[in-house]
Design a protein around this ligand. Structure first.
Ligand code: HEM
Length: 166
């Protein structure tokens, strides 16, 4: 029951986070057509959207995802790939937030070419995460990688650094 509830909230938060990241470039591109009160309203809305909706959704996605690691014991190679891709999504999220800080300064614009590049990149990362997590591929890691990451391996490799193995 806990797992189902956690997964439900996780997927809901991810849907909000993904839609948010995909919508922001379109909102940014509106900036060039607007002036005065309309520009102020857009700035206000973009800040509200990023701070009050998209960022909390990202936070809930990460917290529920972290809880799911312990509930579902996902200690498998595809999960490491998923986390690396989530790192890319977090990077896009942070860069998107930094855009807001400069975009509403006088004379700034957000070109259509940038909208296309950012949307394509974001959609690719989200799709890659979904394919990985839903496909759960049975990747096999090389033996030396397993040996390298085995619990206690560092102590065996560098015994002179360990006070407990002597
Ligand atoms: C730090 C961030 C995240 C962590 C720690 C995390 C962790 C997890 C874990 C442990 C599960 C359960 C897997 C299983 O049932 O075997 C899960 C399920 C899922 N995650 Fe994430 N996740 C994160 C972010 C994301 C993101 C960004 C997406 C999509 C864009 C995503 C999509 C999904 C989906 C669709 C499921 C359901 C998979 C299924 O039931 O088969 N997660 N997540």
């Amino acid at each position: 029951m806990t797992a189902i509830l956690l997964k439900f909230v996780h997927v809901l938060a991810i849907a909000m986070w993904s839609v948010g990241l995909l919508s922001l470039p379109f909102l940014y591109s509106q900036r060039r057509q607007l002036k005065d009160k309309a520009l102020f309203s857009l700035h206000n809305f973009v800040r509200f959207f990023y701070i009050k909706l998209v960022s909390p959704a990202a936070f809930v996605a990460v917290v529920t995802g972290t809880a799911l690691i312990f509930v579902e014991s996902t200690f498998v190679p595809w999960f490491s790939v998923k986390l690396a891709l989530v790192g890319a999504m977090v990077f896009i999220h942070v860069l998107s937030g930094l855009v807001i800080l400069r975009l509403f300064e006088p004379g700034q614009t957000y070109p259509t070419s940038r909208v296309i590049i950012v949307i394509t990149l974001t959609a690719t990362v989200i799709a890659a995460i979904l394919v990985t997590v839903l496909g759960k591929p049975q990747w096999v890691t090389a033996g030396w990688i397993n040996d390298f990451f085995a619990p206690g391996a560092l102590g065996e490799m560098l015994p002179f650094l360990s006070a407990w193995l002597r």
